[in-house]
Design a protein around this ligand. Structure first.
Ligand code: GLA
Length: 426
């Protein structure tokens, strides 16, 4: 079915970098050799990032979300060792890790290595629970890739899902898709300590090209929605704003939502999560609650409605209505959920003024990062010009703006480091 919403090639003026991936993987393998020395060549894995088109901050409130994987992600070059030494390095971060797989007490460092280390611990624990006796050999792993870190494109779930996938291959463990998704999720919630919802590892672990994942986070039921052909594209504009304490601010939003639910639930005893609360319940008892909790709850309740409206629009082949929900979502994230920043607002405003842009909103948690736009492919050059020049006038620097294609989820890059590879399959 052609929903009229899809991914086109980038219009002239918006960079489309889908070409030339083999060279990037080969470069990563070379870099591995420089860091860890020659010998057995590493195996190379790829794990995508994601954009979420609708359902902002709904996953940890039990609501529906509509993410899709993107063709930017984490590269993982991995080689097993004869001993049980674990060595992690990254081309994107200065710190590295050296430890022993057995015998060491692992502690959270507050750095990027917590993500893959957390996954190692989860996978070992899963293997222990399932009684899989193995010789868990040490590893040399170089992380890197072409996904902006901390930009709302889920670099953390990308690295976690990718690591779980790579470990399953390296240690020959029969992990299925959901094992991988849950190992990634538990690592981030547990060892890393982010109170994240289920969206990101599901979006990446269950990814299919040219499909949106409709994920109902109340019970994790999910289905694929068509997002294929059509004269429209997804563009992502990066403000390059990164807030240091974004994780803390994110956990604070989770807590505020929890408190809002705690205050509202007695007036609607059938509700099991904030997603279930009705607007009339909020109206009738909201006056007794903390005003911040009321704002957060109103965002969640209305965003649930918007996400269902967007779903209907997608199925009816009505991209304009879909796009309108994105603009409304952004306004709500700015005013009620208070996770936007002036740079994101500027881009959304510029996009709204452009002919051919159907919708735009911040993607991910907010506090900086990226705006995702739905636009007519042919409008690309005009949109780029307008968004970049408006932004530059106000902030004195340029945002980057790119068209993103879809992706099929984590996989090993086969043979001569070509595109494609062996993935999770169905
Ligand atoms: C972050 C979290 C997700 C989700 C989004 C907001 O990306 O990791 O679980 O809550 O923010 O929609």
């Amino acid at each position: 079915m052609d929903t009229g919403i899809g991914r086109g090639k980038g219009g002239e003026g918006i960079v489309d970098r889908r070409e030339g991936w083999s060279a990037e993987f080969a470069g990563h393998a070379r870099e591995f050799g420089l860091r860890f020395g020659s010998g057995q060549p590493p195996r190379i894995f790829f794990s995508p990032g994601r954009v979420n088109l609708m359902g902002a901050h709904l996953d940890y409130n039990g609501g529906p979300v509509m993410p899709t994987a993107i063709d930017r992600g984490t590269f993982i070059a991995l080689r097993t060792r004869a001993d049980d030494r674990l060595r992690f390095a990254s081309t994107l971060e200065p710190t590295s890790l050296e430890t022993d797989l057995s015998g060491a007490r692992f502690e959270r460092s507050g750095r990027w290595v917590d993500y893959p280390l957390g996954v190692v611990l989860e996978v070992l624990e899963l293997a222990r629970r399932r009684g899989w006796a193995r010789d868990f050999r040490g590893l040399e792993v170089l992380f890197g890739g072409n996904l902006a870190v901390g930009a709302g494109l889920s670099s953390s779930a990308s690295i976690c899902v990718g690591t779980a996938f790579a470990l399953a291959v390296a240690w020959e463990l029969p992990l299925d898709r959901m094992d991988i998704v849950h190992a990634a999720l538990r690592a981030e919630r547990g060892f890393v300590g982010v109170r994240c919802g289920i969206m990101d590892p599901y979006a990446i672990g269950l990814a299919q090209v040219d499909r949106l994942l409709w994920l109902d986070c109340k019970d994790a039921t999910n289905e694929y929605l068509p997002f294929g052909a059509g004269g429209l594209s997804i563009a992502v504009a990066d403000t390059h704003v990164r807030r240091k304490l974004a994780q803390v601010a994110f956990n604070e939003r989770v807590e505020q939502c929890r408190l809002a639910f705690e205050g509202l639930q007695p007036s609607q005893p059938d509700a099991t999560c904030l997603r279930d609360i009705r607007l009339d319940t909020l109206r009738s008892v909201g006056g007794k609650l903390d005003p911040v909790a009321v704002k957060r709850a109103e965002h969640v309740i209305r965003e649930v409605e918007r996400t269902f409206t967007a779903r209907r629009a997608l199925m009816d082949g009505d991209p304009r209505t879909f796009g309108r929900q994105m603009f409304l979502a952004h306004a709500s994230l700015r005013d009620l959920f208070e996770v936007s920043v002036p740079e994101l607002d500027r881009i959304v405003e510029s996009a709204a003024a452009c002919e051919g842009v159907l919708g735009a909103r911040l993607t991910g948690a907010g506090f900086g990062g990226c705006v995702v736009m739905l636009l007519e492919t042919a409008a690309g050059p005009g949109v780029r010009h307008r968004v970049v020049s408006d932004f530059e006038r106000v902030f004195g620097r340029k945002p980057s703006i790119e068209i993103f294609g879809g992706d099929a989820g984590p996989r090993e890059i086969a043979g001569p480091l070509a595109d494609g590879g062996k993935g999770l399959g169905d």
